[in-house]
Design a protein around this ligand. Structure first.
Ligand SMILES: [Zn+2]
Length: 375
């Protein structure tokens, strides 16, 4: 059985990388890989670290790039589970071969569902050319002892090379050519928005919110600006608790949860899901307020900043009649204004809770948090 001491045997991939793709495979010994209980964590890590390195080398070849600092790498590694295996180790291999790192915000694991394909996208920062491909799990073979075998064909499939630099996409759209939304197995929107945002210099701490949301959109931007507004204008200190109560949810929630560390799991976040009829019945004040950020004062009293978002991009950016490009233009415009959240965030009112009252009290079954809002 494959044990820890045998781990070096499976590092063949790292030594020979893609050259092995052309070598013969031994069908008599093979079987499609599935997680074997005997594979320990070290060897499992080695497999995926090696595969990540191979993916990076393949991308450098596709992009005809030798530089190790020109790529922004996006991947579903870390979320995708392939044949029962955890794929997180790919991230270290990708860093080794491309030089992209999470610390530089040039390597971003994108949250996907566990059963999503393991995909990789490599955006070249000079040209915008983006190499995309996916792991072909059918080429992961394991022999009867649990050792991985040489693949019959390439480990990777669905290779694509697409130009994703924002300005080029905008220029093509002006000429009447819109992006093919089916490209990159339907991942085009998330890859285009994330890569261009990171390329333009989205602060690394915000990349975490992108990672969770899996794409970058104006909705997420509004959450980023809400969080920045609270950080810059309300001087939160570590002793203050935070509770986020949303009365109109949209993509911003993933930024609020992430950037304010206010998660439902920690009972620090709650939302309601009003339908269109509910929204129509809201008062004008309730329609303006979408999120209330509660904090405690030194006496433990809760006070909520009831916030409205004022969209600012509609008049400022070009329209392309393309949901992808319109959103891309908007998020890139907002990136130039992340340091002025007060321009987009309006404090509609403060909501003071009485002694002994917690915002969660308004989220109990049968309660209506809209009653907190002063009309
Ligand atoms: Zn979104």
């Amino acid at each position: 059985m494959l044990g820890k001491k045998e781990a070096p045997k499976i590092i063949w991939l790292s030594i020979c990388s893609f050259l092995l793709i052309c070598l013969a495979w031994t069908p008599a010994l093979s079987g499609a890989a599935t997680k074997n209980q005997s594979i320990n964590k070290t060897s499992e890590y080695e497999i995926w670290q090696t595969l990540g390195r191979a993916a990076g080398e393949k991308a450098l070849s596709m992009l005809e790039s030798e530089s190790d600092s020109q790529l922004i790498v996006l991947t579903s590694a870390g979320s995708s589970i392939i044949s029962g295996f955890d794929t997180l180790g790919c991230l270290d291999g990708l860093s080794k071969s491309t030089g992209s790192t999470m610390g530089r915000a040039t390597l971003l694991p994108v949250t996907t569902r566990f059963d999503a394909p393991l995909w990789f996208a490599f955006f070249h920062r000079s040209t915008g050319q983006t190499a995309y491909f996916e792991l072909n799990p059918k080429q992961l073979f394991m022999d009867e002892t649990g050792q991985f075998m040489k693949p019959e064909k390439s480990l990777f499939t669905n290779d694509q090379l697409v130009g994703l630099m924002a300005e080029e996409l905008f220029e093509k759209a002006r000429q009447g050519e819109l992006p093919d939304m089916q490209a990159m197995s339907g991942n085009l929107f998330r890859i285009t928005t994330l890569a261009n945002a990171l390329h333009k210099g989205l602060p690394g701490r915000m990349a975490k919110a992108l990672s969770l949301h899996d794409h970058y959109c104006p909705g997420l931007t509004s959450g980023v600006l809400f969080a920045e507004y609270m950080r810059l204008h309300h001087h939160l200190d570590p002793s203050q608790e935070i509770f986020v109560l949303t009365t109109q949810p949209w993509c911003k929630e993933d930024a609020l949860i992430n950037l304010l560390a206010a998660t439902p799991g920690k009972k620090a976040y709650a939302t309601i899901y009003p339908d269109r009829q509910d929204e129509e019945q809201m008062s004008e004040t309730e329609k303006r307020i979408s999120t209330i950020v509660f904090t405690t004062n030194p006496h433990g009293l809760w006070r909520g900043a009831a916030l409205e978002f004022l969209w600012g991009h509609n008049q400022a950016v070009e329209s392309f009649d393309s949901p992808l490009l319109d959103r891309l233009a908007a998020v890139l415009w907002y990136l130039d204004h992340l340091d002025e959240p007060e321009r987009f965030v309006n404090l509609v009112q403060w909501i003071e809770l009485p002694q002994g009252s917690h915002p969660r009290d308004w989220m109990r079954p049968g309660k209506n948090p809209l009653q907190l809002i002063q009309q």
